[in-house]
Design a protein around this ligand. Structure first.
Ligand SMILES: [Zn+2]
Ligand SMILES: [Zn+2]
Length: 309
């Protein structure tokens, strides 16, 4: 489970929109959530071993991922706040993205391990201590449910993302509870590894989604939340612009974007108009979320040698 507010982002979803956080100290919230998660994960691992339940162990992998994620974001968000310097001229905002990437890879590895154990157990199930599972599931519902209620008033995008995640975790525990009760009264032992497989597949699905988003950033894809052709059309409407080329756009961390371009002026457009033209280009791009904008102006009769037309 996860708890409280992560600060200005959730570690598992580095691509959410930028939010101004009004809580007194987000770092402190992350620390509290980290220690709550870590202790619950330990209870879960011990409980999973004692009850011999693959479903509980599979869920423990998920919670270990949440704990890692919180720990890494606690550490990397601190680094991300540093101002740009001569070593990292774009600043340190990619460190949390790296943390999300590492976490996704860890979750994939751990889930594949769980699958390799759980799938054979469906055919040859081992006895589980169903009553112990029931108590652990009730504990899990109380822990996660309390966190959902605590966050139920927040309406920032970040709080919604965290709440949704906690709700998923709570529903997962509800499923384990139902499964454990059924096992307790019917002795259908294969239900436990089957739940374990389903939880592992769910973790893999989310981890792949996060991995893909983090890789997009490292591979310098255009920002996912920007419509580049539409933006180009908007820029072309600015007075004095005849053509734009060599558009390069990427994102630092999914929230802070970069845009560089060449602007060819219209025939006869005076150099005195350059500052106003650049201001309009800059304003248009800033409004679309681009913080680092670099404009090169090519006069109408100039050939910069880079043009692709
Ligand atoms: Zn979780
Ligand atoms: Zn050019």
């Amino acid at each position: 489970m996860i708890n409280q507010d992560y600060g200005n982002r959730t570690p598992a979803t580095p691509m959410t929109n930028h939010q101004h956080n009004h809580t007194p100290d987000p770092q402190k919230n992350i620390a509290v959530a980290f220690f709550l998660n870590a202790s619950f994960t330990i209870i879960e691992i011990i409980g999973g071993i004692l009850t011999n339940s693959v479903a509980i162990l599979s869920d423990a992998v998920h919670d270990l991922g949440d704990t890692f994620s919180l720990g890494l974001s606690w550490y990397t968000e601190r680094i991300a706040r540093r101002k740009p310097d001569s070593r990292y001229t774009y600043g340190y905002k990619r460190f949390p993205v790296l943390a999300a990437l590492v976490n996704a890879v860890f979750l994939l590895g751990a889930s594949i391990f769980v699958l390799s154990r759980a799938i054979p157990l469906i055919l040859n199930p081992e006895p589980v201590y169903a009553e112990g599972m029931i108590w652990l599931a009730i504990l899990g519902i109380i822990f996660n449910g309390a966190a959902v209620l605590k966050l139920s008033k927040g309406d920032s995008i970040n709080q919604k993302v965290v709440r949704l995640h906690l709700l998923e975790d709570t529903l997962g525990w509800a499923a384990v509870l139902i499964g454990a009760v059924v096992i307790r009264f019917t002795g259908l032992l294969w239900l436990d590894p089957l739940m374990g497989v389903m939880i592992a597949l769910f973790i893999i699905y989310n981890a792949l989604k996060n991995l893909r988003e983090a890789l997009r950033i490292f591979l310098q894809a255009s920002p996912a939340d920007s419509d580049i052709p539409e933006l180009e059309e908007k820029l072309m409407k600015i007075q004095g612009i005849n053509e734009i080329h060599d558009i390069r756009t990427w994102t630092i961390d999914g929230m802070t974007h970069v845009y560089t371009l060449h602007v060819v002026t219209e025939r006869g457009f005076p150099a005195e108009g350059y500052p106003e033209l650049k201001k309009q280009v800059r304003d248009t791009l800033k409004a679309a979320g681009f913080e680092f904008v670099t404009i090169e102006i090519d006069r109408y009769d100039e050939h910069c040698g880079l043009s692709d037309c």
